[in-house]
Design a binder for this molecule. Structure first.
Ligand code: ADP
Ligand code: MG
Length: 228
């Protein structure tokens, strides 16, 4: 038991340090990125050909840092009532161009006009972004993504269903692990962060997946108020 406590404290400390380090890396990275952009704009430079290799790596570092910074944001004490419905519209808008250009049919059905929960709207938005991004990345050529919002007793359920490649059963339990990814350019942090945020909001995430058919990921969150 004592060992478990030590372990969780260690993890907490590691998370705090990671977030701090991520923050500190941002500034020098901006300088590096600026000079690489300068090199990239000069076709006569002897280093011009390397810039195409450096830039994606910088973007990758930036992605990992963004993911970590979410973890360092203030939590429970900043929880406020907010409506999740406009958040869904925001996220859908954010991805509308990419969905179109990837030939993904997108549907959104909301059975409720409002769905107020107690929490941090930015964090919930981050969860929706992470899930929608994964759904998009799971679709190879064309396919569909369906978001459904409904009420179930005292909970609001948001489910994202994609017609993507699916998750093999033996990998299902691993997708919440930090840095677990099956993608060549993935960070493996998206689901870990989603799970952490939803758990902190007293919610749950459930996954239903079939290889070659698709995946449905549902988040359930305690409802605060409703118009009904
Ligand atoms: P990343 O997207 O950077 O790989 P995530 O933590 O977001 O990291 O996801 C971890 C892994 O879970 C992915 O690499 C993928 O294998 C699997 N996964 C998550 N969502 C889906 C989905 N909708 N369809 C298929 N696989 C998924
Ligand atoms: Mg992801």
């Amino acid at each position: 038991n004592e060992r478990l406590i030590m372990q969780s404290e260690k993890l907490k400390l590691a998370g705090e340090i990671a977030a701090e380090v991520a923050h500190e890396i941002r500034n020098p990275m901006t300088v590096v990125s600026g000079f690489v952009q300068m090199m990239a704009s000069d076709k006569d430079s002897p280093y011009y050909s390397y810039t195409g290799l450096i830039q994606p790596e910088i973007e990758r570092i930036d992605m990992i840092i963004s993911d970590f910074l979410v973890l360092s944001r203030p939590q429970a004490n900043t929880y406020k009532p907010f409506d999740i419905c406009p958040l869904l519209d925001d996220v859908a808008k954010l991805f509308s161009f990419e969905l179109q250009s990837r030939h993904i049919q997108f549907f959104m059905e909301t059975e409720e006009k409002t769905a107020v929960i107690l929490g941090n709207a930015n964090q919930i938005k981050q969860v929706l972004i992470n899930l929608l991004k994964n759904a998009m990345e799971a679709i190879d050529k064309e396919g569909s993504i369906r978001i459904l919002l409904r009420k179930e007793k005292k909970h609001i359920i948001v489910s994202l269903k994609d017609s993507g490649l699916g998750i093999p059963p033996h990998l299902l339990e691993r997708i919440f692990e930090p840095f677990y990814t099956t993608k060549s350019t993935g960070t493996g942090l998206g689901m870990m962060i989603a799970n952490k945020i939803i758990t902190e909001h007293m919610g749950t995430i459930t996954i239903c997946s079939q290889e070659q058919i698709g995946t449905e990921i549902s988040i359930s969150l305690p409802l605060l108020l409703s118009d009904k």
